[in-house]
Design a protein around this ligand. Structure first.
Ligand SMILES: [Zn+2]
Ligand SMILES: [Zn+2]
Ligand SMILES: [Zn+2]
Length: 175
């Protein structure tokens, strides 16, 4: 059933106006937290496809809209996505899940967070808990064993019961 809503409203637009309108809409694209509260990186996403983002970026280049091009390209590629306060970091990174250099876990203390760096993750992320008073790690990570084993790996066990590690820890705290 044709209705009055289906009539074209306003003046007809030329192609150039259409492109501008598409780019106006593209400029409104933003990151959305996924289900629940989006507190892990994989849950933040732009509600469109990578292909469309790249196509829009190309369109924006053609129009000389460099800031928009950069934004769309960022959204299309893997981003840091570190959430601090109410901002999401959109720095481009080399691979999905990787933090940017500013948000590398080693920078946690500089940003007021725990200094723990997971020895087991491919791309360790900052622990965003506050450090315990007078410590450099949060309570949970203070309890992780820091002893480096013979194979070069950090032990990482929770309240590690290994006697050798316990001894080494005591020696370290006495220093
Ligand atoms: Zn970042
Ligand atoms: Zn921690
Ligand atoms: Zn241990």
């Amino acid at each position: 059933m044709p209705s009055s809503d289906q009539k074209v409203r306003g003046v007809p637009m030329n192609e150039s106006d259409v492109v501008d309108r598409v780019l106006d809409e593209a400029a409104r694209l933003t990151l959305t937290p996924g289900y629940i509260n989006g507190d892990t990186y994989a849950q933040w996403y732009v509600e469109t496809s990578v292909g469309l983002l790249k196509a829009l970026a190309t369109l924006a280049v053609g129009r000389g809209q460099l800031a928009l091009t950069e934004r769309l390209e960022r959204f299309a590629g893997p981003m840091c996505l570190e959430v601090t306060g109410d901002t999401v970091c959109v720095s481009m990174v080399g691979a999905e899940g990787m933090p940017c250099s500013e948000h590398a876990p080693g920078n946690g203390p500089a940003l007021g967070f725990c200094a723990y760096v997971s020895p087991h993750d491919e791309y360790p992320r900052m622990c965003k808990h506050a450090p315990e008073k007078g410590m450099e790690r949060c309570a949970e990570h203070e309890a992780r064993c820091r002893i480096v084993k013979k194979n070069g790996e950090v032990c990482g066990n929770w309240n590690c019961p290994a006697p050798a590690h316990r001894k080494a820890r005591q020696a370290a705290t006495r220093r």
